[in-house]
Design a protein around this ligand. Structure first.
Ligand SMILES: *[C@@H]1O[C@H](CO)[C@@H](O)[C@H](O)[C@H]1NC(C)=O
Ligand SMILES: *[C@@H]1O[C@H](CO)[C@@H](O)[C@H](O)[C@H]1NC(C)=O
Ligand SMILES: *[C@@H]1O[C@H](CO)[C@@H](O)[C@H](O)[C@H]1NC(C)=O
Ligand SMILES: *[C@@H]1O[C@H](CO)[C@@H](O)[C@H](O)[C@H]1NC(C)=O
Ligand SMILES: *[C@@H]1O[C@H](CO)[C@@H](O)[C@H](O)[C@H]1NC(C)=O
Length: 595
């Protein structure tokens, strides 16, 4: 621990600071969430001391603003290119003024931490803003808010407002802050298109929840909701020259799937129980040898599933990992089974790196890409921190799928089940979305659409004065859904957050640029990176390419806040997924203090 940090722990224990108010305000407009945390703290000592501000924010979010107000003076954080901020940091290190690096990131949240020296009996206000596009998973959006002010707060308020033009179909408040006595502090108000959730626990209540203690609140509030979907063609919103199209048809029959699980070991038993009778499946296990349970894909009949389960129970891990041979065997198995009108999926589950057979990662990726040839997606699930997740990420992105980390906790099988549930019911394949009159579009082609997820496309409208705007969703060679909307519809967006759609577009564009450039090389990669950097700077997003530099009142004291880095030994290259399925690990966060 750095000296400053140790000192802080001491001063918090002695309660030499008083957090007299702590507000969390979150507004969700059409899935785009903007959250502001405001903490007001007084130094109740008769001498100056360092006061800390620490909060946890969702990994998927970008910080977009940080501000401190001390004795009437405002100090705003400035988002800069990472290298430039790092240079400032390095200079401070070489002058021997570094206060060390704090890194931390959890499964769903990451830390933001800063501190400032405050004079005797003075006050400081910390204000942090972060933004994220809520992703639909398993039929709902989830807004996760963490509260851990470090002490009971006299004036604690959480105000959440959700506004969804198509109407809110259900809303549920969960999380440990909604349990026990604290449940009485939550009020939910619903209207057709709006929902408000307030959480105003008294000082007394703040110490009496299950996860709370002497140090006050410590836990999450989770708002889960979904919107009405009256039109299968989706919902388009237009504002200030930008549009967003949400597409999640529900009255579509499921497509039977062919799925091959390639695994080193594991709790596949529950997944097997979830297959439908018209699904076909295969199992391949591998270590130094690849063994096929059956040479062919089999129908998911009860007998076949029982036999497969017995087989899975016998799986023993012998230590070696021939990923190359195993994946190629899986591709071969699916390719030998072309079935009209079905969706094929290959799922690789591994807890290790390639150690036998072909071990060169570049060669494995090339082999797999050539074998799959865009015919179906490859999903990679990496268990624990012992996998090269960067490699799994690239390999799945390159083959139209996504990678997900499964944490080695007690609920590993639930995580696996959760992932599988998301890809269990394919509804559409080969989806192309067209927007005549739209430009600078985010991703418009998707190999699969799964029940419970949502396809989101955003862009700019070429001619801002046009009266109407057309969207077309094409499945294969057929136009399946079409819509034309009037761009002058005044009821679209409340005037107070007119620019939210532009920010939504920027958020999605940056996420996708970061994801794509993982797969690129040379000039193309540089160009995409440059574009992502330009937008991150313009919209002041703290992304893996930028850092926020906070200048403090003390002479030349500077702090740099960055996106934290997931633990593990992978070499992180930036990238994320927008398939509605997951967050990838490039979420990089480093936090460092300089003096
Ligand atoms: C938070 O929300 C409440 C109620 O919606 C509002 O009165 C208050 O001004 C907001 N505070 C901030 C800091 O935005
Ligand atoms: C602060 O108060 C303590 C007693 O409470 C006193 O001993 C000390 O001298 C004071 N320090 C300053 C800087 O006034
Ligand atoms: C899709 O999921 C919803 C629940 O989220 C369910 O009611 C519906 O039947 C599912 N559709 C298919 C085709 O399985
Ligand atoms: C599209 O983006 C580029 C670069 O971000 C910008 O120069 C161009 O003006 C944008 N197009 C439109 C129609 O705004
Ligand atoms: C849609 O595709 C089917 C074959 O997939 C074809 O028979 C049909 O004519 C197409 N419809 C249109 C409107 O193009």
């Amino acid at each position: 621990l750095s000296t400053a940090f140790r000192y802080l722990l001491v001063s918090y224990q002695k309660q030499n600071v008083d957090i007299f108010s702590f507000y969390i305000n979150s507004t969700v407009t059409s899935r785009y969430a903007t959250t502001v945390i405001t903490s007001r703290v007084a130094n109740i000592l008769n001498e100056s001391q360092e006061i800390q501000f620490e909060v946890k924010i969702p990994k998927n979010a970008f910080i977009s603003k940080f501000r401190m107000v001390i004795e009437g003076k405002t100090y705003d954080g400035v988002v800069k290119e990472k290298e430039a901020a790092q240079q400032q940091y390095n200079q401070a290190v070489s002058r021997g003024q570094s206060a060390g690096l704090v890194k931390s990131v959890g499964r769903t949240l990451e830390d933001f931490k800063t501190s400032v020296t405050v004079a005797a009996f003075s006050k400081v206000t910390f204000e942090l803003t972060y933004e994220e596009l809520l992703k639909r998973r398993l039929g709902k959006y989830e807004l996760l808010i963490n509260a851990q002010p470090m002490q009971p707060v006299a004036d604690f308020k959480m105000d959440l407002h959700i506004q969804e033009k198509p109407g809110i179909s259900f809303l549920e408040v969960k999380g440990d802050l909604s349990t026990g006595d604290l449940a009485n502090a939550i009020k939910t108000t619903r209207a057709d298109k709006d929902a408000w959730v307030t959480f105003y626990p008294t000082r007394d209540q703040q110490t009496k929840c299950k996860s709370c203690g002497e140090n006050g609140l410590n836990g999450d509030l989770l708002i889960a909701y979904d919107v009405e979907r009256r039109h299968s063609k989706g919902e388009v919103m237009v504002s200030n020259g930008y549009f967003v199209h949400y597409f999640a048809p529900k009255n579509v029959p499921r497509i039977p799937k062919n799925v091959v699980f390639i695994t080193t070991r594991l709790a596949l038993l529950r997944i097997l129980s979830d297959l439908d009778e018209d699904d076909h499946f295969g199992l391949i296990t591998f270590d130094n040898e690849v063994s096929l349970w059956k040479r062919e894909l089999l129908k998911a009949t009860e007998t076949n599933l029982e036999n497969a389960k017995s087989f899975v129970k016998e799986i023993r891990d012998r230590g070696a990992t021939d990923i190359n041979a195993a994946v190629l065997a899986g591709v071969d198995m699916i390719s030998r089974h072309p079935r009209e009108g079905t969706a094929s999926i290959l799922i690789l589950l591994t807890d290790g790196d390639p150690t036998t057979g072909e071990t060169n990662i570049e060669k494995i990726m090339a082999n797999v890409k050539e074998a799959i040839g865009t015919k179906f997606p490859l999903y990679c699930l990496g268990f624990g921190y012992d996998v090269n997740f960067d490699f799994l990420t690239k390999m799945s992105l390159e083959n139209g799928g996504v990678a997900r980390r499964i944490y080695e906790d007690l609920d590993a099988d639930l995580q696996l089940q959760g992932f599988y549930d998301e890809v269990a019911v394919p509804l559409l394949t080969d989806i192309q979305l067209k927007y005549p009159g739209g430009t600078n579009l985010t991703k418009t082609s998707f190999s699969l659409y799964f029940n419970g997820s949502e396809i989101v496309v955003s862009g700019q409208i070429t001619d801002n004065s046009v009266e109407s705007f057309t969207t077309e969703v094409i499945k294969g060679s057929n136009v399946t859904f079409q819509d034309t909307i009037m761009t002058k519809d005044p009821s679209d967006v409340p005037p107070e957050n007119e620019d939210f759609m532009q920010r939504l577009w920027a958020y999605l564009t940056v996420k996708q640029l970061l994801e794509r450039q993982v797969l690129l090389k040379g000039q193309e990669k540089e160009d995409e990176k440059k574009e992502a950097l330009k937008l991150s700077l313009k919209y002041q997003f703290v992304t893996p390419l930028t850092s926020m530099v906070v200048t403090k009142p003390q002479e030349e004291e500077v702090e740099v806040a960055e996106k934290p880095e997931e633990e593990g030994r992978e070499h992180i290259d930036d990238g994320t997924s927008n398939c509605g399925i997951l967050k990838l690990l490039w979420y990089v966060r480093i936090f460092s203090s300089l003096m």
